[in-house]
Design a protein around this ligand. Sequence first.
Ligand code: NDP
Length: 296
Amino acid sequence: MPAELIDGNAVSKKVREDVRARCAALAVRGVVPGLTVVLVGEDPASAVYVRNKEKGSREAGMNGATIRMPATTTEAELLAVVDQLNADDAVHGILVQMPLPKQINAQKVIRRIDPAKDVDGFHPVNVGKVLIGETDGFAPCTPAGVQVLLKEAGVDTTGKHVVIVGRSNIVGKPMASLLVQPGADATVTICHSRTPDLAWHTRRADIVVAAVGRPGTITGDMLKPGAVVMDVGINRIQDPTTKSGTRLVGDVDFASVSPVASKITPVPGGVGPMTIAMLLLNTVRAAEQRAAGQGA
Ligand code: NDP
């Protein structure tokens, strides 16, 4: 029997509806949440993400703005823009789209963002809050979205063994921080490119989270029957049978995994739509916290 699909489009719609209602409640108090995205350079994938973020924030009833800067922007120029946004009361959320051009130190830029406006959840203050289990900070949007998807799909992580494949700061590590907290109560293993015998680990997992950036990394023979599979990967591969000649796939070999797993997120339409929804949720929370006078 094929695995049940976890519908990221439906769950992200629910999150966006919640955000819209919370924006409407803030509007009554004269507060319009503002999300400003800064895009440096002309990376085409980043341009698409940024357009979607601006569109999503407007649809939710926020002030969505994008600041576009040339690829030749210096680190000092970008830091000056971040300083302006930090000081701007109409801005509740700041997102600097990654990757940045080589001349700019991304970590320095992330550290410059006011943690109370860091809706991407990458500032060390927010990373630390997630790790120590303080919930007034901002968790990174993609792993937070995976956690919401698990809940909405009725997957209780308590006492479950979750194997996360990938240890990046934006997905793998914060995913582990979230799932190991009391309340989520999972037992977590993190694997990466230096892990010998990846399949040995994944076969022991009740839940596998794949965040590798390599199509077909997880195959059906690497899973315990009935495992839940969350595919974070977004990879564009050649496919001459499609009109464009390419197609999006995850990190999981869907064809071999679906008959073995109990539930699986499809790509596209699984984890992907959750990321922007969680960004909007973080932004409305930032505005609510400011309105309540408490900052992150
Ligand atoms: P990174 O490239 O930063 O990290 C990939 C991780 O996978 C690394 O930790 C790497 O190990 C590990 N890895 C690579 N090859 C193997 C292997 N053969 N076996 C085990 N581990 C391996 O990627 P990201 O975390 O940024 O993204 C992962 C995927 O998720 C990408 O496809 C990306 O496009 C997608 N993504 C999707 C988002 C969404 O909204 N759905 C948002 C963000 C990312 P090591 O550290 O040793 O190099």
